[in-house]
Design a protein. Structure first.
Length: 201
């Protein structure tokens, strides 16, 4: 399938590329969120964002990065021009648009537009295929729970909270693997995403 993802002017079709990559990401137990190729002169950067219910560890990102690189090289989907592959997890600024996004934001403070009401702020208490339950926050005070269907919600956004997390909660969410030194092939990009990067062919 050489050249099948490229137009007559040599540009890569991100949607077709996503269709090629998605089965590899799914086989790793993750969801493919975005695929974007950027070109600056002779430099090409392929950015892929993946996510899962249990998050994306440094090892997860490195493993799926290797699998994607093998696929792209075998298919010659990107031709012979070198490229850099960067696989990362979503940042907090990722819009909440799919049921899985809301489910993974459980416990986070979010803001979302509701038709006829404007912006609503609340903490995600529960989320499933049918909708989202928010613990409403109004003027910094709890305002009760409300259930919304996905059809009634616009794109939500996670709100950055600067309050201190209690030590007991930090112990619960600590990951021994993340306490180790960051591998050399790991990229920490400017929006705080952790990812695995490498050079492709």
């Amino acid at each position: 399938m050489p050249g099948s993802l490229r137009s007559a002017v040599g540009q890569v079709d991100d949607r077709k590329l996503a269709g090629l990559i998605e089965p590899v990401v799914a086989a790793a137990g993750m969801d493919l969120e975005t695929v974007r190729m950027t070109v600056a002169g002779k430099r090409r950067l392929l950015r892929i964002v993946v996510d899962s219910d249990h998050g994306v560890s440094l090892d997860d990102a490195a493993d799926v990065s290797r699998d994607i690189s093998v696929l792209l090289d075998a298919s010659n989907a990107l031709g012979d021009v070198p490229y850099t592959l960067e696989v990362s997890s979503p940042g907090v600024d990722r819009p909440l648009t799919e049921p899985r996004h809301w489910r993974r934001a459980r416990g986070r403070l979010v803001r979302v537009k509701v038709p006829g009401e404007g912006s609503v702020e609340g903490r995600v208490l529960a989320a499933d295929a049918d909708g989202v339950t928010l613990g409403i926050v109004s003027n910094g005070r709890p305002g009760g729970e409300r259930r919304f269907s996905h059809a009634d919600l616009g794109a939500g956004s996670v709100q950055v909270e600067f309050g201190r997390i209690p030590d007991a909660e930090l112990d619960d969410i600590s990951d021994p693997e993340l306490d180790d030194a960051v591998p050399q092939n790991t990229v920490l990009d400017n929006n705080g995403d952790l990812g695995a990067g490498g050079d492709g062919h």
